[in-house]
Write a protein that binds this ligand. Structure first.
Ligand code: ADP
Ligand code: AMP
Length: 216
């Protein structure tokens, strides 16, 4: 299974990704996570990416596409993979297609999680993430049992630097301008499933599994 998870910031991609990669036993490739890891480690890529991420803008394609194509070439991706947060514009999608064609690899599914703009800001601003295991919570919609502490590993929860109202609003606008057109792009290829992301986390997951099928 070679899947792309598409959707606006706060749609629930990371939340659903956790269940999908467990069920289908494939690696989860999140460009946002890769950039945040680089920022934490203070690498050159992290320093460059941070300038854009802090403003809610897309990191330039030159810094992004190679990162993903290199990752897809690794051994664990032979059994399939799930891309989360990539591609983010038509140029990235075209470059990915060119790479996959040369590598003789075909995408199997694009899961497009749809959520109205009016809900997205509160989703992202209330998001909290575990510093240790990366599990995602929401202070209201998916609260941890103990405030500020991860249910899974007892790690400390933190708020992403770009999850403030101003940056989230910018990210949503960037999504509408640059990423949303990808829904048409993949509809034309006939591999997209549109999922109602305004249901409970469990029901969104059920719809995704129904779209992907239960076979690994
Ligand atoms: P994305 O990766 O698409 O930016 P996340 O998976 O991180 O989104 O979800 C954003 C926030 O919304 C998180 O705080 C998460 O707990 C919460 N969330 C995710 N799915 C739902 C849902 N179906 N209903 C309510 N809140 C949700
Ligand atoms: P995410 O974790 O997917 O919400 O992404 C957080 C931020 O990382 C985005 O606002 C962008 O600045 C950057 N980013 C993540 N993925 C990409 C991508 N495919 N192309 C460009 N920028 C990206």
């Amino acid at each position: 299974m070679r899947i792309i998870l598409l959707g606006p910031p706060g749609a629930g991609k990371g939340t659903q990704a956790a269940g999908i990669v467990e069920k289908y036993n494939i690696p989860h490739i999140s460009t946002g996570d890769i950039f945040r890891k680089n920022i934490k480690e203070g690498t050159d890529l992290g320093k460059k990416a941070k300038e854009y991420m802090d403003q809610g803008l897309l990191v330039p394609d030159e810094l992004t596409v190679g990162l993903v194509t290199d990752r897809i070439t690794q051994k664990d991706c032979e059994k399939g993979f799930m891309l989360d947060g990539f591609p983010r514009n038509v140029s990235q999608a075209e470059q990915l297609d060119t790479f996959l064609k040369e590598a003789n690899i075909e995408l199997t599914n694009v899961i497009n999680i749809e959520v109205d703009k009016s809900i997205l800001v509160s989703r992202a601003v209330g998001r909290r993430i575990c510093k240790s295991c990366g599990a995602t919570y929401h202070i209201e919609f998916n609260a941890p049992q103990n405030e500020g502490i991860c249910n899974v590993c007892q790690g400390e929860l933190y708020q992403r630097a770009d999850d403030n109202e101003e940056t989230v609003s910018k990210r949503i606008q960037v999504y509408l301008d640059e990423t949303k057109p990808l829904a048409d792009y993949y509809t034309k290829k006939g591999i997209i499933s549109n999922i109602n992301g305004e249901q409970s986390i469990d029901n969104v997951f059920k719809d995704i599994v129904a779209a992907l099928g239960s076979e690994k």
